[in-house]
Design a binder for this molecule. Structure first.
Ligand code: ASP
Length: 453
């Protein structure tokens, strides 16, 4: 039995939904179908989720939002029209959305989540209606009825462990289950969403709960590429990678698959197959427990911008018990998270996403570090990019760091910092944002382009 998830671009139009229908029917083991909200039809299009967030914010701020309401409804209308569905489903979507918009606004983050989640919820209803219209035994299932419960963290919920047992019962249902991605219910009955792109997480949770044999994740690319194709032209496709490699890569900037979506499938030992709705016979990329190490030390290179580093130096830091805790406590008080902490004898660097603090907060934090921790020096550097080199093979291969840093040196890129991940499957280089493209290309050439003799 397979759990199959389709992303927003796979469901953006009637034509796309038709492809989804064919894919699901072509394999009788495709029993549970998790769907996103309609995504982009072309590059400047707006995702339904983004329209819904805007719509909710307009309502919260008391602004006229008629144009947004119409825009959301138009998306469903045009899909329904292309699929020759009757108006009944659209009237239902319209009245449900109106009810939500007039709901309780006293807790804005919950109000936004409920409206955001309606994107997938209504799409699941629409797609179930289409399957039925085609004479297929299929039904929409609501996450509450299925027992998908989540923690009380609006916009960033996590599945509650007890859900898994409940979800197993979906196996007893006849026909195909159409399940909305991206959200669950708190024990108090509130609809809360996972973080953005979280329908991948729903699919993984269902695969685990239902003890599926495979979790197929359909998107709009033939495979996971070894590097961002907008940086390096025509990069190598990855056929197979481990959960750890995929998690590192998605965390560090690969957007094909949500980084939090691997854990549930991994815990249940269920392989993940990332495939293309527009080219379903292509083998795609498989995420598995172990892979044969045929690719050399590096499987993928990820990069992302928007980081800053706070460098702190204090003589005899090595002997000061509790220094690290006190430092991190300051960040915690501001609700900030860090990405890496490379450290030396008398110094330590915190690497953070810089959008977490405005200029005033930044000044305050630096002042507190200076005063409360009595440091010798503290300085912040902005506009850094992190490049992550990932591969299980790095553990056994000598000289990977040397090769990567030589490639950067030859490309004239100054390395601001290096951090070898504790997992030994990744290595991080901090560089200036302006050097990112050049650096990624140089590392890609070093590890993926065979040397001609
Ligand atoms: N529609 C949601 C988003 O855009 C979730 C998803 O597509 O996975 O974030």
């Amino acid at each position: 039995m397979k759990v199959v998830k389709f992303g927003g671009s796979s469901l953006a139009s009637g034509e796309q939904v038709e492809k989804v229908f064919q894919i699901v029917l072509s394999d009788p083991t495709r029993k549970v179908v998790v769907v996103s909200a309609p995504g982009k039809r072309y590059s400047d299009d707006v995702k339904v989720t983004d329209l819904l967030i805007d719509l909710a914010l307009h309502h919260l701020n008391g602004k006229n939002a008629d144009h947004l309401f119409v825009a959301v409804l138009e998306r469903y209308k045009s899909i329904a029209k292309e699929l020759h569905l009757t108006n009944e489903i659209i009237s239902k979507i319209e009245s449900d959305l109106q009810t939500l918009l007039h709901g309780d606004k006293s807790k804005p983050d919950r109000y936004i989540d409920a409206i955001k989640a309606s994107g997938e919820d209504n799409n699941a209803k629409l797609i179930a209606a289409y399957f039925q219209h085609q004479g297929v035994d299929a039904q929409y299932i609501n996450p509450k009825d299925a027992g998908l419960f989540v923690s009380d963290e609006p916009g960033n919920a996590r599945v509650l462990q007890e859900s898994y047992e409940q979800l197993y019962k979906l196996r007893e249902l006849d026909g195909i289950v159409i399940f909305p991605g991206f959200f669950g219910y708190t024990k108090q009955g509130d609809v809360l969403t996972f973080s953005r792109s979280g329908s991948d997480i729903t699919g993984s949770i269902l695969a685990n709960g239902l003890k599926a044999d495979l979790y197929e994740n359909f998107t709009d690319v033939d495979a996971v590429y070894s590097v961002n194709p907008t940086i390096v032209a025509d990069p190598k496709e990855i056929r197979e990678l481990t959960y750890r490699e995929m998690r590192e890569l998605s965390y560090a900037g690969f957007s094909v698959f949500h980084d939090e979506a691997l854990i549930p499938a991994f815990r249940a030992g269920i392989p993940v197959n990332i495939k293309n709705t527009n080219n379903p016979t292509a083998p795609g990329t498989r995420v598995v427990n172990h892979r044969e190490n045929s690719n050399g030390p590096v499987i993928g290179i990820a990069s992302d911008k928007g980081f800053c580093s706070i460098y702190i130096s204090k003589y005899l830091m090595n002997r000061e018990i509790g220094f690290g805790r006190r430092l991190l406590q300051i960040l915690e008080e501001y609700g900030m998270s860090y990405e890496h902490i490379p450290s030396g004898i008398d110094d330590i660097t915190l690497i953070l996403r810089q959008n977490q603090m405005d200029a005033a907060t930044e000044r305050e934090i630096l002042a507190r570090i200076t005063e409360e921790l009595h440091v010798d020096e503290v300085r912040i550097e902005h506009n850094l990019s992190l490049i992550m080199i990932v591969g299980e093979g790095m553990r056994h291969n000598v000289g990977t760091t040397a090769r990567a840093s030589k490639a950067l040196a030859d490309a004239g890129v100054n390395i601001e910092m290096i951090n070898q991940g504790s997992s030994e499957v990744s290595m991080m280089f901090g560089i200036k944002e302006i050097d990112e493209k050049r650096a990624v290309q140089a590392i890609y050439n070093e590890f993926f382009i065979p040397v001609r003799v």
